[in-house]
Design a protein around this ligand. Structure first.
Ligand SMILES: Cc1cc2nc3c(=O)[nH]c(=O)nc-3n(C[C@H](O)[C@H](O)[C@H](O)COP(=O)(O)OP(=O)(O)OC[C@H]3O[C@@H](n4cnc5c(N)ncnc54)[C@H](O)[C@@H]3O)c2cc1C
Length: 492
């Protein structure tokens, strides 16, 4: 697939590893280039490889996984990107694989958990002066927040044009003085808004009222991947021809094929391509399409929102915090609020993960890692004055990393919800996958995974159709349907 001389060499090398490919090539073996080695790309590459395609996966980073990034530098796994399986249930497209691998999950919130997570099962909130917020107040304001969100639905019904969820909340509070909160209650309300902003990785004034609740929430609550997501990626990637450090810059659609150019000028050719790079990368036009993508596709790329959420993991030599899942800091604006995920509860390791989102996350990306870790530590110190200094820290930069340019997608104000689907729809022999192409489960690992399988199946259909081979091969997923092994949940 790679043109020039070394391509034959590389192909020979690749195929020598996989004798099954050679056998299949003697019969019929179409080729595909998958661009991007996150869940969306690897799922597509795995499925197409298993469907007898010659697959080359080009990944710009020197590692696989994309926005799934399990770091082992503390001596144990810490997920700096995705860490939850949202929807711990058999219907989750990833459940069969995670179940088969026997990877444990730690459930942080239960079945009736909603988007804004206000029913987190165990958490402690503190005021900026270090005083603990009474639990009854936290629960009460959680109920108020739920009522406010229900009222925003009425605002949505009344308005023809879209507004932001923050504007809708303001309208509700003007109409319903009984839902207004003052003093500490107001700060707790801001904390709930901050959690909501974390879910969308964006500020409440940018999130669409019309579509904020349109994604499909699977049942079973949210389960932390106790050993990290990396083993799942490694399993999917086994035996695939993966080229790390290959940053794609150009995709040319040619008669019955594609030609893909990487940063150093090398080119690869194949029958089709699956583009599985993040929405942020497409928005920044870091890849040129020739001919240009159709207008409806370019508009979808421009209009769909991508937000930023980061993680600052602080490793301590001992645990000095209460045994809860989340520690929260309340403040008079959602920007001033924050929260820490207590990994000790789920994994036994003394780690707290600070998770800023939206403008706060972007502002913190402008700092050095040391300064960012210090901000997180200072937040901790204000609520727990006896906090000792971290012995190690890790800081993510999903907003500015040129391989992601954002954390995950969300519906912006005034734009249609079908943008996810428009982003997914193939353009001739170029297929698209990744979280931002998932109308059902945007912004998630299982969403990215399922769109990878969808892209693979569409690619298989199209290519086999062209060669008159369609009936000769099973559909993707047909052969792999296997006995389901229940998920291992360490906290039911
Ligand atoms: C901090 C954070 C927390 C999250 N938490 C959760 C969670 O708990 N649960 C959950 O379900 N989801 C979570 N998500 C979202 C989840 O991580 C993503 O939805 C999912 O991993 C996206 O997969 P993807 O394949 O679409 O994209 P990616 O994983 O980003 O993969 C795209 C790949 O393309 C590569 N690439 C980029 N440019 C090029 C190029 N020019 N050429 C070649 N390759 C290129 C990238 O390096 C990357 O490997 C979180 C995300 C972040 C950032």
């Amino acid at each position: 697939m790679e043109s020039r001389d070394q391509s034959n060499l590389q192909l020979k090398k690749a195929s020598s590893c996989y004798s099954s490919i050679i056998e299949k090539k003697q019969t019929f073996s179409p080729s595909v280039i998958v661009i991007g080695g996150g869940f969306g790309g690897i799922a597509a590459a795995r499925a197409l490889h298993d469907a007898s395609f010659q697959v080359v996966l080009l990944e710009s980073r020197d590692r696989l996984g994309g926005r799934v990034c399990t770091d082992y530098s503390f001596g144990f796994p810490v997920d700096m990107g995705a860490s939850w399986l949202h929807g711990v249930c058999e219907e989750n497209p990833l459940a069969p694989l995670i179940g088969k691998l026997g990877l444990p999950l730690y459930r942080t919130s239960g079945d009736n958990s909603v988007l804004y997570d206000h029913d987190l099962e165990s958490y402690a909130l503190y005021d900026i002066d270090g005083k603990k917020v009474p639990q009854e107040l936290v629960t009460k304001i959680g109920d108020v927040f739920e009522s406010i969100l229900k009222e925003t639905d009425k605002v949505r019904q009344e308005l023809s044009e879209d507004i932001s969820i923050l504007e809708a909340i303001t309208i509700v509070l003007e109409r319903r003085p009984d839902l207004r909160a003052e003093g500490l209650s107001h700060k707790v309300l801001q904390w709930y808004i901050c959690r909501m902003e974390g879910w969308f990785a964006s500020d409440a004034d940018t999130i669409s009222l019309k579509y904020w609740d349109q994604e499909e929430l699977l049942s079973g609550g949210h389960g932390l991947m106790v050993r990290g997501y990396c083993p799942v990626i490694n399993t999917l990637a086994k035996g695939l021809d993966i080229r790390l450090g290959h940053r794609v810059t150009k995709i040319m659609q040619r008669h019955n094929g594609v030609k893909v150019t990487v940063e150093d000028g090398r080119t690869f050719v194949a029958d089709a391509a699956v583009v599985a790079v993040p929405l942020g990368v497409l928005k920044a036009k870091r890849i040129t399409f020739e001919p240009r993508l159709p207008e409806w596709k370019e508009t979808a790329i421009a209009d769909l929102g991508v937000g930023t959420e980061n993680k600052i993991a602080l490793h301590f030599d001992k645990v000095f915090w209460p045994n809860v899942e989340f520690l929260g800091v309340v403040a008079s604006s959602s920007y001033g609020c924050s929260y820490f995920l207590n990994l000790h509860k789920a994994t036994g390791h003394p780690v707290l993960v600070y998770m800023p989102a939206g403008r706060l996350a972007l502002d913190m990306e402008k700092m050095s890692d040391e300064a960012a870790a210090n901000v997180a530590y200072m937040q901790l110190k204000t609520i727990l004055p006896d906090a000792c200094e971290p012995i190690q820290y890790l800081v993510s930069h999903w907003g500015t990393d040129i391989n992601s340019l954002g954390s995950y997608s969300f519906d912006t104000v005034g734009k249609p919800h079908d943008l996810y689907e428009r982003l997914r729809v193939p353009v001739d022999n170029i297929f698209f996958s990744g979280e931002a192409t998932s109308e059902k489960y945007p912004g998630t690992v299982h969403g990215a995974f399922s769109t990878g399988l969808m892209a693979a199946e569409e690619c298989r259909m199209r290519v086999f159709e062209r060669y008159g081979e369609l009936g000769q091969h099973p559909a993707i997923g047909e052969e792999s349907a296997s006995v389901s092994i229940p998920l291992l949940i360490s906290r039911v």
